[in-house]
Structures are given as C-alpha cells and as structure tokens.
Design a protein around this ligand. Structure first.
Ligand code: PLP
Length: 405
C-alpha cells in the first residue's frame, strides 16, 4: 500500500478532481491505545461512526475486541472482517429475523432492549427449534438519560424511563445470567458531568429494582476536537466515571463498559476537496451535504480547514484569511455549509482544501446522490489537524501521552 506523506503529496501526485478521503491509521491506533490504557473498563467500538473494514482492522490490532453493532448488516460486516470479534447488538429495536441470524449464525449473545416486547422478541428468536430457551444470553436494559451536555441529542428516541426500568430489569433478569444497564448521554458530550447525571439515574433504577447487576455500559458520547469545541481532557471523564461507577449498588465483580464511536474514529480521516468555482465568499467544492460533510450541512458542524494552492497556480495563497461558506456539488440548494470556514482570501477555483476530523460520521455518511460521492481513499502519514491523544494540548496533563511504540 502506498503511503503519502501528506495532502500536498497527494495533490502533487494525483491532482484529484474528485473528493478524496485521507486516512491516518496511526491516529486511530493511538486513540484505541489511549482508551485501552486509560479507560477503567472495557472499550467497545461503535461501528456506525465509521464502518470501514480498514479502520476495524486497525482498532482490532490495537486491542479493541468488542464491537457495538446496530443492524444485521453491521453484524455481518464485522463478523466477516474480524471473525473473532465479540459483537454486541445494541440497537433497542430489532427485527426477529435480525436477532435470530445474529444469535444462531454469528454468535452474538449480547442484546440491548428498552421494552418488554423487545425482551420477548429476543427470548423467542434466540430459543432452540424445540422451544428450549437460550441459556447464554447477556441482556442490557437501555435507560433514557439527559443529553443536556451533548452537542447532538440522543435523548428522545430510545431508553426506558425511571418508572419502567425496575420492572424491565426484573423481567430481563429471569432470562439471563448476566444483566447490564446501558445509556447514551448524546454525542460530543462537552462535560464529564453528563455521565455523573446518567450514573445517578442508573443508581436510582437499580436500587428500585433490587436485582443483581453484572455490568454498566456508559455508552458513547466522548468528544473529539473541532473549531469552537475544545473539550476537557478525557482523563477527567474517565476519573469521574470510575468514581461514580464504584459507588453503584452492583455485583462486586461488575464490569464497566464504554462504546465510543466519535472519539475513536474522528482523527482517522480528513477529506481533500477541490474548489470548482468561487462566487464572492462562497466556494463551490466537490463534496458536501450528501457526501462526507453531512454534519457541516445539517447541524452546522464546523471542521478545521487548510488550503493548498493548485499546482499550476503562480500566485500562491495569501496569508490573510477570510470567512467562506461552501456549496457542495449536487444541484440541491440544501447542499450548503454555512461554516464559516477561514481560508486564504485569494483562494480560487483549482485550489485544494483539506477538511480535518471527518473520520467519525463523515466518510460513513456519503451517498451517491446526483452522481457525486467521494470514492478514492488514500493513506497519509502526517498528523491529524487536531488530536486529543497526542499530549500537546494547551491544558496537558503529565500523563496525557500514549506513545506509538
Ligand atoms: C451512536 C452510538 C454510540 C457512539 O456514540 P459516539 O457519540 O459517537 O461516541 C455508542 N452507543 C450507541 C448505542 C450509539 O447509538
């Protein structure tokens, strides 16, 4: 596999006129090692953030053995890519067929639920043909918790409330030897207190149910860094989570799990686009709302940007920056990204822009709408534009570095 030093080398060698994804396996490896070494429990990877088989293999090689999957297609993909991985089916609403295939054909034992109907479905779909119930189920009851500290809410769709949880925990306990509670505080949680609040709620549910709990899964939500979103160190999150986990009324050997998607994948990729046209302070680029920049268009997410002049440009790019908005390549007005994205004020058609931190919910969102959609992927060796794991942030902690060997 050819490895380019950086975006400039890709531009020199390929001069791509279609959007190109630049992958950094070393950055994903560093993120995985950081969680392996510092999170006080087991780390699962939430596959939906970026299901690229190449990334799955990097994470596996870095020691991530458990994968949070949400659909039967994700189950098949991870099983095919990583035959020995432990798969956990964490979507609380599944079809009977998906549950049965996951359990009987792919060895999935861990299932999430938030209603009595889903419990009944799981129990029925996993039993043997003669009706003998499965004896090796591992069940997780999903609790609804607040998303108030997160940039993207996950509070309204899934999870049972505190009134329903005790009964559901008691019912699930009848069908498994290993019972857990899980939740999700929302994505890009900007404060560790998100988890404190959720663990308080977990405590209330467990106390009311009076059942033995074997594991707590605090979900995803760990942040990455973007312009205007500088989170506290992840060590602060881990410390406060460990403290509140230890105070829960659970089995003495209970496990603690987390399921990061964004934090493990964000630094893995950037996107190299070319400017096709300039109209005042609007740049028409060759990827957008229907490509890897879904969040930039739909939730006004801001990503870091860096410009490189077209190879044939004689003038070069100015030091002065100005704020730009982007239009994507499709014919749809909604294919618009407000930004603002600060770029050289004399940027023009033909120049390139590298858009950083799109490894999570970027590459994974691309469609082929209107015949556009980033296709080419290359590997680069330079650093991501931002990193939570490199140990060089403004508020570093003495032990905030995980070495790359
Ligand atoms: C999306 C999702 C995750 C990953 O969330 P991040 O905010 O990307 O860390 C983890 N668990 C579940 C159940 C999810 O739906």
């Amino acid at each position: 596999m050819h490895i380019y030093p950086d975006a400039q080398a890709v531009i020199r060698d390929l001069a791509p006129d279609e959007a190109t994804i630049l992958n950094r396996p070393h950055a994903a490896q560093r993120a995985a090692r950081f969680f392996k070494e510092k999170f006080p429990g087991k780390t699962l990877y939430a596959v939906k953030a970026n299901p690229s088989p190449a990334l799955l293999k990097v994470l596996w090689d870095a020691g991530i053995t458990h994968y949070d999957v949400a659909s039967i297609a994700e189950v098949r993909l991870v099983r095919e890519t990583l035959p020995k991985a432990q798969l956990c089916f964490m979507h609380p609403v599944k079809t009977r067929r998906a549950i049965a295939e996951a359990y009987h054909s792919h060895g999935v034992k861990t299932f999430c639920l938030d209603t009595a109907e889903e419990l009944e479905k799981i129990v029925a779909a996993c039993s043997a043909e003669d009706g003998t119930p499965a004896k090796d189920l591992r069940l997780l009851v999903r609790l609804r918790v607040s998303s108030e500290y997160a940039e993207l809410s996950l509070a309204s769709k899934f999870g049972c409330d505190l009134i329903e949880a005790p009964q559901l925990l008691q019912a699930a306990r009848q069908h498994c030897d290993w019972l857990g509670v899980c939740f999700h505080v929302g994505s890009q949680a900007m404060s560790p207190f998100a988890y404190v609040q959720a663990l308080d709620r977990t405590r209330a549910a467990i106390a009311e149910a009076s059942v033995v709990i074997d594991m707590i899964d605090i979900g995803g939500g760990f942040p990455s860094i973007y312009p205007g979103m500088e989170p506290p160190p992840l060590e602060d999150y881990f410390a406060i989570i460990a403290k509140h986990f230890e105070a829960l009324p659970i089995a003495y050997n209970a496990e603690l799990w987390c399921e990061p998607g964004r934090a493990l994948a964000a630094e893995y990729s950037s996107l190299l686009v070319q400017v096709d046209k300039r109209r005042g302070d609007e740049l028409f680029i060759n990827d957008g709302a229907y490509g890897a920049l879904y969040d930039a268009a739909h939730v006004d997410w801001r990503f870091p940007v860096e410009a490189t002049a077209a190879p044939e440009s004689r003038e070069g790019l100015s030091e002065e920056l100005a704020d730009f908005a982007f239009f994507g390549p499709t014919c749809d007005d909604a294919d618009y990204m407000a930004g603002p994205f600060p770029l050289p004020e004399n940027i023009q058609a033909g120049d390139y822009i590298e858009i950083g931190m799109i490894g999570a919910y970027g590459a994974a969102m691309a469609t082929g709408f209107n015949g556009f959609g980033s296709s080419a992927q290359v590997t680069v060796a330079d650093e991501p534009m931002e990193s939570l794991f490199r140990g060089d942030r403004e508020r570093p902690q003495a032990d905030n570095v995980v070495s790359l060997r």
